[in-house]
Design a protein around this ligand. Structure first.
Ligand code: HSE
Length: 427
């Protein structure tokens, strides 16, 4: 029986989760035996849930990557540049396949790493980089090759989904729930990566690149997070039949691939609306498939390590397929900032000063841009005299709506920044 020898760089939650899985591989369904022949991490002595005393230690990940005893280099260090990138490049240059969970690295440098892997005819695999334990990369890359994909939407950051779910469920403030997400281990070491939408954007760009055979260009991805969402927005949207969530979207337009991350409002019967807490989900729409949705744990040691092991398992019979699943004859697309002429309905929340004409100026600003109101909800003013108004618009041009919202923000009767969130239609 064949044995695959691993060099594991990075012994945080996921690295230790992988060591545990290797230890109990008799219970798994790997096609052969897996052995850890060397490890590397920032600290050798840190307290860990697994004993690493029996493994060869490497101070430097790149030295491990090119060690002759290593068949497969597993990169679980994180970070888009620096030692992780150098070690992955070193492994590929040494002709060794690489398995990584590093979403930032693949989103920022996937294109160059793909070229290197292809030139060396070795596999570069990153199932664990997107949606943790949800097997979406290879489903998109391999299982759905017979589908012309139109759109890929998802919830790809467990921390943000936990935030919006818990703030609505309990009425607790943003900072309080974020503290809990950090304690529960969902959030990145630097949680601004989560709440700014950047972590989800890395994952969305990887999926869009695979789905649309597009050259990954992270500069074109538009990124917004949940850091401006208030409990008030979630509660008013709920009363209007909508759930606000951080949604990732990749879609094919005539100009190219639009990829974005932003809060979206979903009708209660939308397939993504009930995916709550720290769960991740990905929905792929295309022809002749229709739609398929995969949901599960998007973070955590066990689920993410299982995705890493799934990639390792594939390397018993290496295929050296393009990491993003492209062949020379495929249509190669580009990422674009936005597609002109896109239309959507919107959820708009404004706080108005409680005085005559405030609502009239708001509706005039909307009407001036041809934005028509479908539903409107106004509550009494709070003690400061700010009266919350929530509006659901009819479908209108995204550009017109943004202009109208800018005018609303500039009205003398508007207090604070309005909240403008597109409503997703059910695909
Ligand atoms: N911080 C990420 C999340 C973990 O909250 O989803 C997995 O990338």
């Amino acid at each position: 029986m064949k044995t695959v020898r691993l060099g594991v760089a990075g012994l945080g939650h996921v690295g230790c989760g992988l060591i545990e899985l290797v230890a109990r591989q008799a219970e798994l369904r790997l096609p052969g035996k897996v052995e850890v022949v060397g490890v590397s991490a920032r600290s050798r002595t840190r307290n860990r849930p697994v004993d690493i005393g029996g493994y060869r230690w490497f101070d430097d990940a790149a030295t491990l990557a090119e060690d002759p005893d290593v068949d497969v280099f597993v990169e679980l260090m994180g970070g888009s540049d620096g030692p992780a990138k150098f070690a992955v490049e070193t492994a590929l240059k040494a002709g060794k396949p690489v398995v990584t969970a590093n979403k930032a690295l693949i989103a920022m440098h996937g294109q160059a790493l793909e070229d290197l892997a292809q030139a060396q005819d070795v596999d570069l695999m990153f199932e664990a980089a997107v949606a943790g334990g949800v097997p979406v990369v290879r489903v998109l890359r391999d299982s759905l090759t017979g589908v012309t994909i139109r759109r890929v939407t998802g919830i790809l950051n467990g921390t943000c989904n936990f935030l919006t779910t818990e703030m609505l469920r309990t009425g607790r403030a943003y900072e309080d729930v974020l503290d809990e997400a950090q304690r529960l281990g969902y959030a990145e070491a630097d949680p601004t990566l989560d709440v700014s939408g950047l972590d989800a954007a890395h994952k969305a760009a990887i999926l869009a690149s695979i789905a649309f055979t597009a050259d990954l260009d992270f500069d074109k991805v538009s990124v917004a997070g949940v850091d401006t969402i208030e409990v008030l927005d979630l509660v008013l949207a709920d009363r209007l039949g909508l759930r606000i969530k951080l949604i990732t979207e990749g879609l094919l337009s005539e100009e190219g691939v639009v990829c974005r991350v932003a809060p979206m409002a979903l009708p209660f019967d939308h397939p993504l609306a009930r995916v709550d807490g720290s769960l991740n989900t990905v929905r792929v729409e295309g022809t002749p498939l229709g739609a398929v949705t995969l949901t599960g744990p998007g973070a955590g040691a066990g689920p993410t390590a299982s995705a890493v092991m799934g990639d390792i398992s594939k390397l018993f019979s290496p295929t050296a397929r393009s990491p993003f699943g492209r062949a020379d004859h495929h249509v190669r697309r580009v990422f674009v900032d936005a597609a002109p002429g896109e239309r959507s309905a919107f959820f708009l929340r404004v706080k108005l000063s409680d005085k005559p004409g405030a609502l009239a100026s708001l509706s005039e600003a909307l009407a001036a841009q041809n934005v028509s109101v479908d539903k409107l909800l106004q509550d009494s003013a709070d003690e400061s005299g700010a009266s919350p108004v929530a509006i659901v618009t009819h479908v209108c041009s995204r550009g017109d709506m943004q202009t109208a919202a800018d005018h609303v923000a500039a009205l003398s009767s508007t207090i604070g920044a309005p909240q403008l969130i597109p409503i997703d239609s059910i695909g």
